[in-house]
Design a protein around this ligand. Structure first.
Ligand code: SF4
Ligand code: SF4
Length: 442
């Protein structure tokens, strides 16, 4: 109780720092307000969420831990702070890694509070470029494809330039390592329905996601090849739109809802046995966030079918496949993507796969489930911080002695490639599906 009072007082100081408005100000009512209040009231201000919070461990600032953010959200809720663009920075500096959700003894779910506060702020600030991206580009596959081509071209140019200091993402005379963005889409190189080898036992919708479609074709190809070899009928829905994660995590829940509704309708029409993802963030948004955005009635049948590829492999595909007996020995380690281990609770399956695959020696790295520092736009907006947070991940991988690190999230893969390039050169990072595919009997 005393602790709660103390932190409420400290909040008043923060309010004075961040607000030019007479205290208190009135805040417009929104439909999310009641939900936010319920979650905020659960916080007992114990500070347990400081432990393991990557942004707090980096800066040691209260506002960079969940408790500070819950306090700011409480001030928004009480009308003591106006949820405008000036507050955005405080909530943006968070990886939504969910470590605080895991550690919070009171069940306050700070990440829900943070996302709701971002939504309040988004609705109350004018952000023209994000508005254009979230409302006009992401929900439209044709426009997104033009953006992907533009990025492919821009990054090609970037890769040819020397590490000049005025360029973005240059640190210690080195440029950021970006993956190759492709000029064509993965889905355009396959038919809509890929028949399984042998008797089809499962009808699977593959939610390819923007990254496998436009960047990591090798992941998408491996996932399709494994499912096909196991006899599944694989469907690729060309009208699939972005899962909505970039809009949702930036606070634009309305645009995320538009994308959610499109995907749910599209996939529900096909009556799949499973909807598989090879991206931790897509998977977690489809499974956990869609019911929150659209309501259980509209999204629950869709979301209940969503499964991470590694889990599907262990539960349904493994026993239908034959593996090579002459696999070249390989030593690997595994990085847990936050949205896969903490949101979708997929932790054991990748380890089971790696312990049993022929020729594979699996070594657990230290703190395998600590965030790599990528977290989508965080790694772009706070590049230096993302490197600082991720440095420990590169060190854990190096200390494991593995020659290859594996993961199941394109965003983590992109970030870890950059980290290894800087701090542990020579070690590769790839998706678990690619290793599995390489071990199949040809
Ligand atoms: S989600 Fe992660 S970075 Fe954000 S406050 Fe929680 S522990 Fe810290
Ligand atoms: S969010 Fe949870 S862990 Fe953090 S201060 Fe509140 S009750 Fe404690």
């Amino acid at each position: 109780m005393l602790k709660k009072l103390f932190w409420k007082q400290s909040l008043k100081v923060q309010v004075a720092l961040f607000s030019n408005h007479p205290y208190p100000v009135t805040m417009p009512e929104t439909p999310k307000l009641s939900e936010l209040k319920e979650l905020i009231d659960k916080c007992v201000m114990c500070g347990g969420c400081h432990a393991g919070c990557p942004t707090y461990e980096l800066t040691r600032r209260e506002n960079d831990a969940a408790r500070g953010k819950v306090l700011l959200a409480s001030a928004i809720l009480n009308g003591e702070l106006k949820p405008d663009g000036r507050l955005a920075e405080k909530f943006d500096h968070c990886l939504t890694c969910m470590k605080c959700v895991e550690t919070c003894p009171a069940g306050a779910n700070p990440v829900k509070v943070i996302n709701s506060a971002r939504n309040e702020i988004y609705k109350n600030s004018k952000r023209q470029l994000p508005n254009f991206i979230f409302e006009k580009l992401l929900p439209n596959p044709k426009r997104l494809s033009i953006l992907a081509k533009f990025l492919a071209f821009a990054l090609k140019l970037y890769s040819l330039m020397p590490p000049l200091n005025f360029l973005p993402f240059v640190k210690e005379n080195r440029k950021r390592k970006f993956p190759n963005f492709k000029f064509s889409k993965l889905k355009s190189s396959y038919p809509k329905v890929i028949k399984g080898d042998g008797k089809a036992s499962l009808k699977i919708g593959y939610f390819v996601g923007c990254m496998a479609d436009s960047v990591f074709h090798d992941t998408g190809k491996a996932v399709i090849e494994i499912m096909k070899s196991a006899g599944a009928e694989v469907h690729l829905l060309k009208e699939e739109v972005c899962c909505g994660a970039p809009a949702y995590f930036a606070g634009d829940h309305e645009s995320a809802k538009v994308m959610a509704r499109k995907n749910v309708k599209l996939f529900n029409e096909k009556n799949f046995d499973f909807i598989v993802t090879s991206c931790a963030t897509c998977g977690s948004v489809l499974k956990e966030t869609y019911p929150e955005l659209l309501g259980e009635a509209e999204a629950s049948s869709f979301s209940s079918k969503v499964v991470d590829f590694q889990k599907l492999f262990v539960d349904e595909l493994w026993n239908k496949l034959t593996f090579t007996e002459n696999a070249k020995p390989i030593k690997v380690t595994y990085h847990d993507p936050c949205h896969l281990s903490r949101s979708m609770k997929v932790r054991n399956e990748p380890r089971e796969i790696l312990q049993k695959l022929p020729g594979v020696e699996f070594v657990e790295m230290e703190e395998a489930d600590s965030c790599c520092g990528g977290a989508g736009s965080f790694g772009i907006k706070y590049y230096d911080d993302s490197l600082e947070i991720g440095r420990q991940k590169a060190e854990s991988i190096r200390k494991s002695g593995a020659g290859v690190a594996l993961t199941a999230c394109p965003s983590c893969r992109m970030q870890i490639a950059e980290l290894l390039n800087r701090y542990a050169p020579g070690i590769k990072i790839t998706h678990t599906a690619i290793l599995i595919r390489d071990m199949l009997k040809k």
